[in-house]
Design a protein around this ligand. Structure first.
Ligand SMILES: [Zn+2]
Length: 75
């Protein structure tokens, strides 16, 4: 299951989900289990190395969802 959108991997054609660095290596993220997440190709491609984005409503910088720190139901 994608840890960002909760889509089951079985729904995703034949391509296995990539492993995402929650905090990208270029930002000092480690390659350890606490920083790795299973991610669908869509979310992995759109997130890339980003750790924040601009909220389209408030126009403020907002930290991206972190599946190790944030609760999905509040996301
Ligand atoms: Zn996803």
């Amino acid at each position: 299951m994608c840890e960002y959108c909760r889509m089951p991997e079985s729904n995703y054609l034949t391509v296995p989900f990539p492993i995402d660095h929650i905090i990208a290596r270029q930002h000092g993220g480690s390659t350890t289990l606490d920083n790795l997440a299973l991610s669908c190709l869509h979310d992995n491609t759109h997130k890339g190395p980003n750790i924040a984005g601009i909220d389209p409503v408030s126009r403020r910088i907002s930290r991206l969802f972190n599946p190790r720190r944030d609760r999905w139901v509040r996301h």
